[in-house]
Design a protein around this ligand. Structure first.
Ligand code: EPU
Length: 363
């Protein structure tokens, strides 16, 4: 196991922000983690787990020991009466896993095509797109406790998935998690920075059915006059839709949606509609109403605006971009991104009374 010093992180974060890791260890096998934890100095140092870097904003050099997860492998683990159970290493590229499952004939992940990042990062924010969330196809995962070295397994309930949320986004003792969930003796009151996800298992339904009903996908159905699309067709359409409105992080640095879509009470929504009849909103099953954050930001006039090299994407106001090149030393800084983000939050709050919550983790 090699501890690399002063490692440039620009290529390891999808915003392509220039920053360094004071120290970085590549984790290519479970044995690497056991070796790391056997070293008393490394075991005691604060750690930062880096997957594809597609959901972080680096605001400076990272002082914690960076664990760069490169655990590979994907296989059909078993079949149950209802599902194919596919297992993938946490370091696998998410989109390549989706494409591989379809090539093997296992549908179910196609709506989640082209989401940047790794398999291990997918449960952390419960990635979602076009009517499917990771939790809908999740079976279980294995992780290693960075304090004890113990490997443990979590099911979906223990991951406490929510909208772009999970047990892995909360520190110990934080609220908003079900109390007392235990796994192999672990009190899951928040596992942020506490463990490394090693591998994830997905349950892909044998009785596959397309998940449609999302406006952009329904448009594709109408365009192609195709009422019974295959999983591969949906995969292709999702790729086309995403390429048309979201920037490719290998060309323009970004982390996807920068804010979560907020939910409001029906009364708040009526109030907002009275002022802005065009507000894009979706009623939810629990009676609350989800608002399109992209629309709120857009209607405050932010599309195309910039702070330094940090900008609001021209085709989707929910996406902040780095206007410097992906390997430019003069691109956006984390400070510029956060200044822009705060200015957007302030103007949306002043106009609509809604506080937008950032999606990425600010490091
Ligand atoms: N809109 C505007 N102006 C904009 C952007 C959006 O008016 O600048 C309007 C659109 O016209 C549309 C509505 O807002 O009526 C919603 O936009 P869109 O369909 O693009 O979806 P979204 O709510 O902005 C969410 C996810 C995306 C996911 C898509 C598709 C969040 C925070 N974002 O975006 O996820 O791909 O739905 O399911 O939930 C991500 O998390 O990184 C991400 C890209």
């Amino acid at each position: 196991m090699l501890v690399e010093k002063n490692v440039p992180l620009q290529a390891f974060n999808s915003f392509h922000i220039v920053a360094k890791a004071h120290a970085l260890v590549r984790i290519a096998s479970e044995a690497d983690l056991h070796a790391l934890l056997a070293d008393p100095v490394l075991r005691a140092s604060p750690k930062f787990v880096l997957g594809g870097g597609s959901n972080i904003v680096l605001t400076g050099d990272v002082k914690a020991l960076v664990l760069k997860v490169e655990l590979m492998g994907r296989l059909l683990l078993m079949e149950t009466a209802k599902d194919f159970i596919v297992e993938a290493g946490a370091g696998e590229n998410w989109h390549e896993l989706v494409a591989w499952t379809l090539a093997q004939g296992y549908g179910g992940l196609e709506n989640l095509a082209l989401i940047p990042g790794t398999v291990g990062a997918a449960p952390v924010q419960n990635i979602g797109a076009y009517g499917v969330e990771l939790q809908d196809r999740f079976d279980s995962l294995d992780a290693i406790d960075l304090q004890t070295g113990q490997v443990f397994t979590l099911n979906a309930a223990q991951c406490a998935f929510g909208y772009r949320d999970s047990v892995f986004k909360h520190g110990p003792g934080t609220a908003a998690l079900p109390d007392g969930l235990a796994a192999g003796g672990h009190q899951l009151l928040g596992l942020k920075d506490r463990c490394v996800i090693l591998r994830v298992r997905f349950a892909l339904p044998k009785a596959w059915k397309p998940v449609l009903g999302y406006a952009d996908l329904d448009k594709k159905i109408a365009e192609h006059a195709c009422t019974q699309p295959t999983a591969q067709q949906i995969f292709d359409w999702v790729c086309q839709i995403r390429r048309a409105k979201l920037p490719d992080p290998q060309v323009i640095g970004n982390v996807g949606s920068f804010f979560k879509n907020p939910t409001v009470t029906p009364e708040q929504c009526v109030d907002i509609i009275a002022r802005d009849p065009k507000v894009v909103h979706y009623p939810l099953a629990d009676g609350s109403v989800k608002l399109a954050a992209g629309w709120l930001i857009d209607s405050c006039g932010w599309r195309g605006k910039s702070v330094g090299q940090a900008g609001v994407y021209e085709k989707q106001a929910l996406v902040l971009v780095n206007r410097g090149g992906v390997d430019s030393p003069f691109g956006a800084t984390g400070g510029e991104v956060m200044t822009l983000a705060r200015a957007i939050q302030t103007s949306v709050y002043e106009r609509f009374g809604i506080r937008l919550e950032p999606e990425p983790v600010v490091v």
